[in-house]
Design a protein. Structure first.
Length: 208
């Protein structure tokens, strides 16, 4: 099924140029008396207590972010027209991988160093985005923006534009837009993927 249903995001939302791969840096999720949101809240609380969420990224080594949508809205394609819909928020693991990792093997080469320009800098790294609880995600080479803090460059944000258009700040805002369905239609069925825009927050959960 290509089109998403009301309140549910279809499994093919990311069918674009991204490479399907096994994601690194995921968190195993187990059933509990509470909901998935409750589990994630407990994880984030624990991370803050041990100080991981306040860490900073100052190099090109792997790390992972937990990115939780807070609001998600968009459109479903129904009876040959777009119908405004609210969706259930998703939660993702966004991981920076080693430059030679399989997800980015055939994509533009990641940076070997940070290109500094005054009090800020730029670089490109291999990332994979996957929903929490799923085995596979989507890899691509994403842009990174750095700012100077106490005399050294610190990673501020990550911007990815191939698979799903998303931007994440380290311990800050997260926004993602899936627009594939607006431009591509299944020629046999006339169905389209849902168009979705979501906003939330990311927290640093792992530095390798």
């Amino acid at each position: 099924m290509l089109g998403g249903r009301v309140g549910q995001k279809g499994s093919l939302m990311f069918r674009t140029a991204g490479v399907i791969c096994s994601a690194a840096g995921g968190i195993p999720m187990r059933a509990s008396p509470g909901s998935l949101g409750f589990i994630i809240s407990m994880v984030l609380a624990g991370l803050i207590l041990i100080g991981i969420a306040r860490a900073e990224i100052t190099d090109l080594k792997p790390f992972s972010l937990l990115c939780a949508e807070e609001e998600s809205t968009g459109f479903n394609w129904e009876n040959h027209r777009w119908v405004r819909t609210n969706f259930k928020p998703d939660t993702y693991i966004l991981s920076r991988l080693q430059p030679e990792s399989l997800p980015c093997f055939s994509l533009p080469e990641p940076s070997q160093s940070i290109k500094r320009q005054g009090d800020h800098g730029y670089s490109k790294s291999c990332y994979v985005l996957k929903r929490v609880g799923e085995e596979k995600g989507f890899g691509e080479v994403c842009g990174e923006y750095w700012i100077e803090k106490d005399g050294e460059l610190v990673l501020r944000s990550i911007s990815c534009d191939e698979t799903a258009h998303y931007k994440a700040h380290i311990d800050g805002p997260f926004a993602i837009a899936r627009t594939f369905g607006a431009f591509y239609e299944d020629k046999e069925t006339g169905e389209r993927d849902s168009v979705i825009v979501s906003i939330g927050k990311c927290s640093l959960i792992n530095t390798h």
